[in-house]
Design a protein around this ligand. Structure first.
Ligand code: 7RM
Length: 655
């Protein structure tokens, strides 16, 4: 990359402002002494032991880590139960504390205490046993965001069955593939769920999926909407009837630390979804530790809200296992952020006095697009900490989030991690770390991350390359279900079998802060320069009239790749030729002429996954005029046709 481009990229990523922890925040924070980093670096096993000791173990481990690359096992010889750690151990003192304030999209409210959740889980665990589910079996769960979803997960954990949660927005086909790969015996689902005022026909999808799922014996159906749905005699059973007749006594099984807790499917860039396998002791250690330290969690007083869906890993780790293991009170909201109006989240924050909010950059950019009047309608002074996850957060969105949601008071923790890492791996500690908007800052204590070049050598401060983890984390996945070879090849072959390669690009700044740049497949080669799509996107959304942008490289006869941009203007700005000219000039100013998009398509929305990540792969297909690849994880399919029509009229416009 030439000097000029390098300098301008740095100018863009080098956010000028930094934010030290507010004094009062640091003083009251759980962690405020930087020695936690040096201690953990000196003896990571001893550090992870202190974190494992925060859990209840039926039998203490004999050995912390067995690292036989690329496999690693944690807390060997130890026995525990995740459901016991999330429920039973809180009962003596906090049975009446609310675990979830549940809010249905149409407006129902239900607060479930730890005592009540425990009873529900025990009954459901007994139901599962009666249906023939045994330790080691797999149970598929396809539910909306209702309290029965965490209850179902914990019921499985209680008896040692692995759950496989399939996001409620997935199609019948996706559900079928996942059930078959895991060979699930029982499916727990609902008649339907609510989304933006409409009913999502879950049971209809189930009936379609189950025409070819030989492993499924029974289907347990929660009556969420109360609509009349077909029930297949002998196979389908009503949740409430089963639970009403079940005993509330069910001991939590003592399980080996390495016992499989769950499988969660994640789609790779190609091929069939990967069943990411998480086990019990290490996973629970990682999620409870990070949840407490990074969110500075005070379970007696905080009202915590991770606004993700439980159907993806953020929900597993930071709505269910982390928060419940820490005994805190969470919000569980079923529906869309703009139903009935665009201030739904902020009315929830006000009504429940939410203190910690954790969401994704895509949501933040949507709120930016809607404008600050919606949050302004509500008193959100209870918020004291904000978090971000899922994609790189551009500095503009970071500042907006802190300003308009956090009232300019709150630290913002940008947390990098993956389904595979199970828990947050790179993130600030809000009582210690000086924040730089756009940077996930530093590896969590006990995490050994680096940025390396193609040959695996560390690039050092100021350099860019591939993110790697040089030592396993207790919360990391153990394998891909049924395909250990793919585990080795995908994650432990690029730099050797003892170096984990997550597939992300990153830069280190002069202070050794990590700047995540998204997937390495998203790095373009523009006339010989390596420019990440994120850098151009960040320059585009830096323009005051741009709400969101996606950038892909399109094969170009002269230049190798040409930059194709897809831009959503903010309300009130027309996506016309004048604006395109202005944006090209803006990118030239911020990064350099080399990074100017060849083509700009204006669109009201971008193709996103169900978890809100922009699907650049599909935009690349559109930009190159090819048939679309796998669209099963796409959230908003109609927008693609619209974008394609607009993009076609631009083909050949290479000015
Ligand atoms: C938690 C989650 C993982 C991928 C990961 C990155 C991207 C996630 C950040 C981020 C930059 C972040 N699991 N990613 N968090 N990129 N900054 N704070 O998202 O398995 O669904 O996705 O998401 O590319 O590899 S995931």
């Amino acid at each position: 990359m030439d000097r000029e481009v390098e300098r301008t990229l740095e100018a863009l990523l080098d956010e000028r402002r930094t934010f030290a922890p507010p004094e009062a925040f640091a003083k009251a924070a759980i962690l405020n002494d930087p020695s936690v980093y040096t201690e953990a670096e000196r003896d990571p096993d001893a550090w992870w032991e202190t974190q494992a000791e925060r859990l209840d173990w039926f039998v203490r481990w004999e050995r912390v880590l067995e690292w036989e690359p690329p496999h690693h096992r944690w807390f060997l010889g130890g026995q525990l139960n995740a459901s016991h750690n999330c429920l039973d151990r809180h009962l003596a003192e906090n049975a009446d504390r609310v675990a979830y304030h549940w809010i249905g999209e149409p407006g129902e409210k239900r607060s479930v205490t730890y005592g009540e959740l425990h009873e529900e889980v025990c009954k459901l665990a007994n139901v599962l046993k009666e249906l023939g589910v045994q330790k080691g079996d797999r149970v598929a769960i396809y539910l909306p965001m209702i309290p029965e979803l965490p209850a179902a997960m914990l019921a499985c954990a209680r008896i040692g069955a692995a759950h496989s949660v399939v996001f409620g927005g997935f199609s019948a086909e996706s559900l079928r593939d996942r059930i078959n790969d895991a060979e699930a015996k029982v499916l727990i689902t609902a008649d339907g769920g609510y989304r933006r005022g409409d009913v999502v026909p879950l049971k209809t999808n189930v009936d379609e999926a189950l025409t070819a799922t030989p492993s499924i014996e029974k289907v347990v159906v929660v009556q969420r909407t109360g609509e009349d749905v077909p029930m297949q005699e002998g196979r389908d059973l009503v949740y409430s009837e089963l639970v009403a007749n079940a005993s509330p006594d069910c001991d939590a099984e003592a399980l080996d630390s390495e016992h499989m807790l769950y499988i969660l499917y994640t789609s790779g860039t190609t091929g069939k979804p990967k069943g990411i396998v998480h086990t019990t002791g290490g996973y629970l250690t990682g999620v409870s530790s990070t949840h407490r330290s990074i969110f500075d969690l005070k379970p007696e007083t905080d009202v915590y809200w991770c606004a993700a869906d439980i159907g993806w890993v953020t929900g597993h780790s930071y709505i269910v296992y982390g928060p419940l293991a820490n005994g805190c009170t969470s919000i569980l909201y079923e529906g869309a952020p703009d139903y009935p109006d665009k201030d739904r989240w902020w009315s929830i924050v006000e009504e429940y006095g939410v203190t910690i909010l954790y969401t994704a950059p895509t949501a933040i950019r949507t709120f930016m697009k809607w404008g600050p009047d919606f949050p302004r309608k509500h008193d959100m002074s209870s918020l004291r900490l904000l978090g971000s996850v899922g994609e790189p957060i551009n500095p503009e969105a970071w500042i907006w989030y802190q300003e308009f949601i956090g009232g300019g008071r709150t630290p913002v923790v940008d947390t990098w991690w993956q389904t595979e890492t199970g828990a947050i791996a790179i993130s600030p500690l809000p009582g210690i770390t000086t924040l730089k908007p756009g940077s996930a800052t530093k590896p969590y204590p006990g995490v050994f991350a680096d940025v390396v070049d193609e040959s695996g050598r560390g690039v050092g401060p100021g350099g860019g390359g591939y993110l790697v983890l040089k030592r396993p984390l207790p919360s990391m996945f153990r394998t891909i279900y049924g395909d250990d070879q793919r585990y080795r090849e995908t994650y432990f072959s690029k730099f050797g079998d003892d170096i984990y390669f997550p597939g992300d690009g990153a830069k280190l700044d002069d202070d050794g802060y990590f700047w995540l740049l998204g997937r390495v497949d998203d790095v373009m080669n523009i006339a010989g320069h390596r420019i990440s799509t994120y850098e151009v996107e960040s320059a585009l959304v830096d323009h005051p009239a741009v709400a969101e942008a996606a950038v892909v490289g399109r094969r170009h006869p002269q230049e190798g790749e040409a930059i194709a941009a897809f831009v959503t203007p903010k309300a009130g700005r027309e996506g016309d030729e004048d604006f395109a000219v202005e944006l090209r000039a803006h990118v030239a100013k911020v990064i350099g002429k080399i990074a100017r998009p060849h083509s700009i398509v204006f669109t009201d929305d971008l193709p996103k996954t169900r978890s809100g990540k922009i699907m650049r792969r599909l935009l690349r297909d559109v930009a190159e005029g090819r048939a679309l690849g796998d669209v099963t994880t796409l959230q908003n399919a109609p927008i693609l046709d619209e974008i394609r029509t607009k993009a076609n009229s631009l083909q050949g416009d290479e000015s």
